[in-house]
Write a protein that binds this ligand. Sequence first.
Ligand SMILES: [Zn+2]
Length: 65
Amino acid sequence: MTKHLQKCKNCNEYGLANSESKCRYCGGQLISPKPPKFSLIDKYGKYRLQYFKENFNTENENTEK
Ligand SMILES: [Zn+2]
């Protein structure tokens, strides 16, 4: 089961994936969006970057130069 957001092929609205893959706005087909360029998922990009930085710092501490 995927809980990802899917995108309507028809009206480009985002919706939660459901068993019918149907857009709740227009009844169109929901598809998994291609690599996200904007929207909600971008927010997570920031967190990911933050996380990455923290990891990076930790690694630096381990490999003191
Ligand atoms: Zn739609």
